[in-house]
Design a protein around this ligand. Structure first.
Ligand code: IMP
Length: 184
């Protein structure tokens, strides 16, 4: 994996996360702060980000799915629901990547039913060009073009989540094929 060309290197990711954590720490002082990790894709981003947020934080998790291969099916389902009560809490949703926006819109609507005091979103990547529905992103790591990316928690067919940087899927798939050919 060492020879892949990262779209964002580990250093770039970590230094952007430091900036986001500083801003979030300032914004959530004296709030009843709950951070919600959208699994699976956001697990590494979430872990790195919350460790740099210098505040007491309650964490919870949600799993939503809509993707078949690398295409959005447009039909969102919640596979794991949060356990915390979010009423009157200051909730921050932490996402890996916002593409069509359909998943995030559904998650926002699900959480809003619990009437939190505030509800904001932090996404590592924003693939704006592909947006189909309007969703407000309060904190964004990086804008990305219309490319399918993997690594740093994000997958293609449930692989490549452990690549420590972010790469474009074409390169990743080529690499997997190369590995498989070598095994045979
Ligand atoms: P959306 O509903 O189309 O905005 O898609 C949101 C979810 O799809 C993200 O949370 C990811 O899990 C997945 N996704 C969208 N684009 C990519 C990508 O380029 N790489 C990996 N996962 C993606």
């Amino acid at each position: 994996m060492d020879d892949w060309k990262p779209l964002f290197t580990q250093q770039e990711i970590q230094s952007r996360i430091k900036q986001l954590a500083k801003k979030i720490t300032g914004d959530y002082k004296d709030k009843d702060f709950i951070a919600i990790c959208v699994l699976k894709g956001a697990f590494l981003f979430f872990g790195d980000l919350i460790r740099l947020i210098d505040l007491p934080v309650t964490v919870d998790f949600i799993i939503a799915s809509s993707y078949i291969k690398n295409q959005s099916s447009g039909h969102i389902q919640i596979d794991y629901q949060m356990k915390e009560v979010l009423t009157n809490k200051d909730v921050l949703i932490i996402e890996d990547i916002v593409d069509t926006g359909l998943t995030l819109k559904y998650i926002i609507e699900t959480i809003a039913e619990q009437k939190p005091k505030s509800l904001k979103v932090c996404a590592l990547l924003d693939k704006k060009e592909r947006r189909q529905v309007k969703v407000n992103l309060d904190y964004v790591g990086f804008d990305v073009p219309d490319l399918f990316v993997v690594g740093y928690g994000m997958d293609y067919e449930n692989q490549f989540r452990n690549i420590p940087y972010i790469a474009v899927v074409d390169d990743a798939v080529k690499h997997l094929k190369h590995c498989n050919d070598n095994v045979r």
